[in-house]
Design a protein around this ligand. Structure first.
Ligand code: MGD
Ligand code: MGD
Ligand code: MO
Length: 765
């Protein structure tokens, strides 16, 4: 049994924990107050607000490095949010972690620090190399650092002994160079954070519609009559969605939230740029109906909705869009048959929602001409993530909610450029067509065999099959499942290299040799041979636009991500004919090559400079389906069963309001009423009573993996919460201790982070 003490990860619970249910609107004054306090703490009273005014504005400015929600298309609003401000300020801190810091602390000592304390030391300032003799990081020059990484890569007996991880921050140009480095070296081992978030969405949309992305944009959000929001905590994780929800409600659109928890965005909101509403405390409701399924019950709920629509079509032909179904889809009869064969009793049992409540959602769906369904991790991080996203598409197809204004599927992506990473080649399963063009344009021979994703990389490191790990941003050690297992995997490497802005856990859980390579952040000026450079990013809705940093770099020794990649590449591939140096001197040169390789990037350099950038064409939006049948495909997969013992709870791991993935800003979770506590578990009061537990009681949480192995966290505090019976929730990354490495979806290989079987009992029993 693997046990990692909760103190070793996460923030330190120093202050008395508090739980008071939150009744105020999302955003509004609570957000304003929180931002003010945060700016003061980071010592950013002047530069902060000025930089923030530059954020997400058309023509200049930098893209918010936070979430992937698109920018306001009209460029009118001060399009900012509380968490975006925190994110930018965190990067722009005045604090520095230089060579004196590393000289003063051994890695063993730093390993005892909390995540908050590590990142709170400030920005990294120069390259560092691990010295085993003193157990400290010591300075290393950039040429020596490149040679260390380059030699390790050169000397591998097989390029597949290396893995190149990407966190979704990386701009498109650096992304392209990074995948080129991996493929010129000879491997498709390109694990990325998307393997842990929207892999299921990509696979499902590809199978159903022939495109791995959503089909709608912000204009569609403005035109929809009904919005269904599944498994996303928008007020914390995509706060600018609140603007869309408030505006939708004001114009009379209906909004349905489907989530085991009633999150802040499912109640009411005040948006930050609505100063009158702020001044008068006038909040707008952002929901017409909240359904609380059992964790993992979404697919059954959606099938119930489809079943009801099909039932109604018997007396009302207008319930279905027959013309659309006949002309553009395939597999309808099989899907209708499977819906008819599924009983309401089964749907109620597997979804945890009553027939009457499901029919209430159907009333809203039926009354709308244009429906958008939007979702995030509550849908994807399950064994049946792919089937569930396909069920979303099924439901949309029934009423022709595709390929027209105001309708379609709209996944909410996570990191600001995670979608662009995939578009620009970070894919461990690249298509033959992409490799063919990459090979032709770049004059290389790309490997054809598929590479390793995140989980497979960890397993390969454990088995000694991957020896060099390069992390381009992110915090792999903590973000990945099965903390103890992943730590051992990283320690088993010959060399671990992290390109980072801040000190984090992954620097302390390292291979025999280790490098920390500090890079420019997105807010900073990137000066190269031909002047200041901009990079491009792609948002959740396929808009590509430029981002230009404007702040003086945190240290004169920082390099840009493209420069670091090129430095490693030149050392690893001494005979390379790729013009690495020219690429770095002027990112227009990278974009010229990208335009020749990537679909939809024609004339890249001109179009990316248009006021709002450009939108990558979505064939499915134009009713062109690149599927085997050439049509949109219904899927008739069986519903997931919830079979489990009565004493086992289904646990979802999720984010608090005050964190960015593994970056913890504070131990508060304002909208859920929590202060000073992260080591908690939200439970239904009946489940608590059954176990003899009261509020704040300390519990042990034991997870039971599919292979029967168990993992344990101790000393967590119970919070009574409005969550369905049999369900529980708590925070990542701490709870990754409970996620078994082998428990990934057989459909997407995505770790099952929202569906962990656990036993909860009072500590010490
Ligand atoms: N401030 C901030 N913003 C972020 C991030 C951050 O950490 N902080 N992370 C970014 C990243 S990388 C990503 S991928 C996104 C993540 O954005 P979210 O998907 O919102 O992330 P989570 O906090 O994991 O929350 C998932 C939601 O799913 C719900 N849920 C759990 N299980 C189920 C289920 O079975 N069914 C349904 N319907 N709902 C369920 C939870 O109650 C919760 O509301 O946010 C991005 N934005
Ligand atoms: N249990 C559980 N685990 C999860 C999830 C979950 O819901 N439950 N969610 C998963 C998801 S959706 C994701 S996306 C992953 C997140 O996984 P990652 O993307 O790997 O992790 P982050 O915490 O976003 O990475 C933070 C680090 O990025 C570095 N950084 C910040 N800005 C930059 C930059 O501009 N450039 C570079 N090079 N580095 C920078 C800093 O050093 C910082 O410490 O976690 C996954 N893990
Ligand atoms: Mo993510």
């Amino acid at each position: 049994m693997a046990t990692v003490s909760p103190e070793s990860v996460g923030a330190s619970d120093e202050h008395e924990p508090v739980f008071h249910p939150y009744h105020h609107p999302a955003a509004g004054w609570g957000a304003a107050k929180s931002v003010t306090g945060f700016l003061a703490r980071e010592g950013e009273p002047i530069i902060g607000p000025r930089a923030i005014l530059k954020m997400n504005h058309e023509n200049g400015g930098f893209d918010c490095p936070g979430c992937a929600w698109p920018d306001d298309m009209k460029g009118l609003h001060l399009d900012i949010c509380e968490n975006g401000i925190k994110h930018v300020t965190w990067e722009m801190t005045h604090k520095r972690v230089g060579r004196e810091f590393f000289a003063a602390h051994t890695v063993a000592e730093l390993s005892g620090w909390s995540e908050f304390d590590l990142e709170n030391q400030g920005r990294l300032t120069e390259p560092m190399s691990y010295d085993p003799d003193t157990d400290r990081y010591v300075p290393i020059s950039w040429p020596d650092a490149f040679e260390t990484a380059g030699r390790a890569l050169r000397e591998l007996d097989d390029p597949n002994r290396a893995a190149f991880y990407t966190s979704g921050r990386l701009g498109n140009e650096a992304t392209f160079l990074y995948q080129l480095l991996a493929r010129e070296l000879g491997t498709n081992n390109l694990p990325d954070c998307s393997n842990m978030c929207h892999e299921a969405s990509g696979r499902a949309l590809q199978a159903s519609l022939g495109t791995g992305k959503g089909t709608v944009d912000l204009k569609d959000w403005e035109a929809a009559d009904a919005l269904f929001i599944l498994g996303v905590n928008a007020a914390s994780n995509a706060p600018r969605m609140l603007t869309a929800l408030v505006e939708a409600h004001k114009r009379g659109a209906r909004i349905v939230h489907i989530n085991p928890l009633v999150e802040a965005a499912a109640r009411k909101a005040i948006i930050p740029h609505e100063f009158l509403a702020m001044a008068t405390f006038r909040a707008t409701p952002t929901s017409n109906l909240n359904l609380q399924p059992h964790i993992g019950g979404d697919m059954a709920l959606l099938r119930g909705m489809a079943k009801a629509v099909l039932e109604q079509s018997k007396s009302d032909p207008k319930a279905l869009d027959h013309e659309f179904i006949d002309r553009y889809t395939s597999g309808f009869d099989a899907y209708r048959a499977v819906c008819e064969a599924t009983s309401w009793a089964e749907i109620e049992q597997l979804s945890g929602v009553s027939e009457a409540r499901i029919r209430a959602a159907v009333d809203i769906y039926r009354a709308a001409d244009r429906t958008i369904v939007s979702w995030c991790l509550g849908v994807t991080q399950h064994e049946h993530g792919v089937d569930t996203v396909r069920e979303i598409v099924n439901l949309l197809l029934l009423r022709g909610n595709l390929g027209r204004e105001g309708a379609g599927p709209s996944p909410v992506r996570g990191h600001s450029n995670v979608q662009g990473n995939r578009t620009c080649g970070i894919d461990h399963r690249p298509t033959e067509a992409f490799l063919e063009r990459l090979g032709q344009v770049c004059g290389i021979e790309p490997p054809r065999a598929h590479g390793l994703d995140t989980v497979a990389t960890i397993e390969a490191m454990t088995a000694g099959r991957v020896k060099v790990f390069i992390g381009m941003g992110g915090n792999f050690a903590l973000a990945a499942p099965d903390t103890a297992y992943t730590f051992e995997a990283l320690r088993n490497c010959e060399l671990t290299v992290h390109v980072s802005t801040k000190l984090n856990r992954s620097h302390l859980v390292h291979g025999r040799r280790a490098l920390i390579l500090p890079c420019l952040g997105r807010t900073e000026k990137d000066m190269q041979r031909n002047g200041i450079q901009s990079t491009s990013v792609e948002d959740s809705m396929s808009m590509v636009h430029l981002s230009t940093g404007m702040k003086k770099p945190a240290s004169p020794h920082l390099l840009s991500e493209p420069a670091i990649i090129a430095g490693i590449a030149r050392a690893a591939l001494p005979d390379s004919r790729t013009p690495w140096q020219d690429y770095v001197g002027d990112y227009d040169r990278i974009r010229d090559t990208m335009a020749a390789v990537l679909d939809g990037f024609e004339d890249f350099n001109r179009r990316v400079r248009l006021p709002l950038g450009f939108r990558i064409r979505q064939p499915a939006r134009e009713l062109v389906f690149r599927t085997p049948s050439g049509r949109a495909e219904f899927s008739a997969a069986p519903l997931p069963q919830l079979a489990q013992n009565a004493d086992v709870l289904t646990l979802a791991t999720m984010r608090s309001h005050d964190q960015w993935n593994t970056t913890i800003y504070s131990d508060n979770d304002r909208y859920r009423g929590i202060k000073n506590l992260r080591t908690l578990i939200f439970m239904n009061t009946d489940d608590m009573r059954e176990r003899g537990l009261g509020e704040f009681d300390e519990v042990d949480i034991t997870s039971i993996a599919r292979d029967g192995s168990t993992r344990k966290l101790s000393g967590y505090k119970v919070i009574p919460y409005d969550i369905p019976r049999g369900c529980a929730a708590g925070y990542m990354p701490e709870m990754n201790v409970l996620c078994a490495i082998g428990d990934h979806s057989t459909q997407s290989d995505q770790p099952i982070m929202k569906n962990v079987n656990v036993r909860v009992e009072a500590s010490g029993r």
